[in-house]
Write a protein that binds this ligand. Structure first.
Ligand code: GTP
Ligand code: MG
Length: 200
């Protein structure tokens, strides 16, 4: 699971504009600002292959990155960001859903969950939508380095509470990994996990 090479391929506005080869791909999904673009940079050990920002709503298109010339990792716009002006707000329902429903080469969705906050309904709803549509997920808990915060918002507790809600509400219990794009925690485990999924 070594990364030797990564190339930005293209930004697409619709599923039908995405690259049309047979290479397997992983989509990175989650709330705005959860750290999707940062996770991609951490995985490939490049600072700004995917563009990041402190302000939510940075990523607005379906962005394909080709890794080792053999598989794709896809950076997506975030959901749950209602404060942007209309023009900058991503309507997740209209175009990202199309991507998930029609992308035959999709191996799994890395569904990013912010470990520094308690479980959010919108993340549970998203997991539920993916499950209903039989799209495999791996939960990736981000920002696990953020140990500060008030009572009840410690990453380990937040993750435990989230897992418990998943066990109560969903038939399947997807695999999960705890990460930090700051410390690199979970990077090697996640790459290994993805290589195992690709080789099924
Ligand atoms: P959108 O493209 O707007 O949907 O956001 P995104 O999910 O791509 O988030 P992005 O990677 O741009 O990161 C948002 C902010 O969170 C940036 O300020 C990052 O530096 C910060 N961040 C991302 N990952 C981590 C992490 O693991 N730990 C900490 N402490 N901060 C992180
Ligand atoms: Mg982004």
């Amino acid at each position: 699971s070594q990364i030797k090479d990564v190339q930005f391929v293209k930004s697409s506005g619709r599923a039908k504009d995405c690259p049309r080869d047979e290479r397997p791909e992983f989509a990175v999904l989650g709330r705005s600002n959860v750290g999707k673009s940062s996770l991609i940079n951490a995985l490939v050990k490049k600072k700004e292959v995917a563009l990041t920002s402190k302000k939510p709503g940075k990523t607005q298109m379906i962005n394909h990155f080709l890794v080792n010339k053999s598989w794709y990792i896809v950076d997506l716009p975030g959901y749950g960001f209602a404060k942007a002006p209309d023009a900058a707000r991503t309507d997740w329902s209209s175009f990202t859903k199309g991507y998930f429903l029609h992308r035959e080469t999709l191996v799994a969705v890395l569904l990013l969950i912010d470990a520094s906050v308690p479980p959010q309904k919108i993340d549970l709803d998203c997991a539920s939508w993916l499950e209903r549509n039989k799209i495999p997920i791996t939960f990736v808990f981000t920002k696990s380095d953020k140990m500060k915060g008030g009572k009840g918002t410690r990453p380990d507790e937040n993750i435990r509470n989230f897992q418990q809600l998943i066990r109560q509400n969903y038939r399947h219990h997807p695999p999960w990994i705890m990460t930090s794009s700051v410390t690199g925690l979970g990077r090697d485990d996640l790459l290994l996990h993805m290589s195992q999924l690709r080789n099924y």
